[in-house]
Design a protein around this ligand. Sequence first.
Ligand code: UD1
Length: 341
Amino acid sequence: MSNSKYILVTGGAGYIGSHTVVELVENGFSPVIVDDFRNSQESSIDGIERITGKSVTLRRIDVCDFASLEGVFSEFNFEGIIHFAAHKAVGESVEKPLAYYRNNLLGLINCLDLAVKYKVENFVFSSSCTIYGEPKNEKVVTEESEIQIANSPYGNTKQIGEEIINDLVASGANIKILNLRYFNPVGAHFSSQIGELPIGKPNNLLPAVAQTAIGKIDKITVHGNDYDTTDGTCVRDYIHVTDVANAHVKGIAWLQSQKNSLVENINIGTGQGTSVLEIIHTFEEVSGRKLNWEFGKRREGDVVEIYADVTKSKAILNWEAKKTVKDAVKDAWNWEKRISD
Ligand code: UD1
């Protein structure tokens, strides 16, 4: 083990990445961000610096550019890698499949290749609950639940990413890899210095709700009200982004404690399901504003109800979500107010 404190964080200026960089600094690591700002903003770097009081180490590089990325590996003696850099919009991935496959798969392959070459043994990959698709006969999914055929190129890049990782570890490579399968990350840092910065009209629920409350969007449409759930709307496992970030720090620490090559898949969720209407009502309560919303038709490709079995994250990583959905909604609202000033 090299015992260096440098952790490479690709996509570290992005939504989950920036929160993870803060958690890493607060836990004594020295993160090195690689980001090309194609889907993130430089203001997140300022936000990280304001929260931590430390200057950020940043290399403005596309992870698909192997030679430039290798330059970063030769510059720092990394103890671990957290690989976030990827495209993440489901709808866009249907329109631009090649861009998604190229960026998400080539970026991952480059990072893995250089990890092996430079003997960086601890690797965390951003996976997603999207790989479970619509779970058969269950709402709570364990890591052993069946993986369904992906319903978008984006989802497929996460599935193929995990397969690439499995094949690499099976080949005897000296590397320990954690696939963290996130459920629905929401909220923002409690300081409102960093948070989600959707480009264009947001597709995800929380940014759409927040933008409706602030008046950037006239009305939010609830996609479907006749599902077989408690109130007819879809149910998800919304998890505070700071909790998600902390899981990466716990993940790196756990990988450091392991001796042999391995690959482990772990759900990162709260274990609780929340419906779309429950989110809207919580938002109204927290913000004190009446939201303009209406029921619309079902959104194609939506899973009805899914949340995480979190037994494994507690047992292996000694990690569990600490914040509630209400905390996340409150932080999302404070963040929206700050960026709309
Ligand atoms: C989506 C992606 C998932 C990705 C995740 C990243 C799909 C099918 N899945 O998850 O692969 O990893 O984002 O964050 O797109 N909703 C409304 N009105 C809105 C927006 C959303 O009713 O304006 C509802 C949706 O129908 C859904 C729930 O809110 O029931 C959550 O939607 P969203 O935030 O987009 O997340 P997912 O679809 O779960």
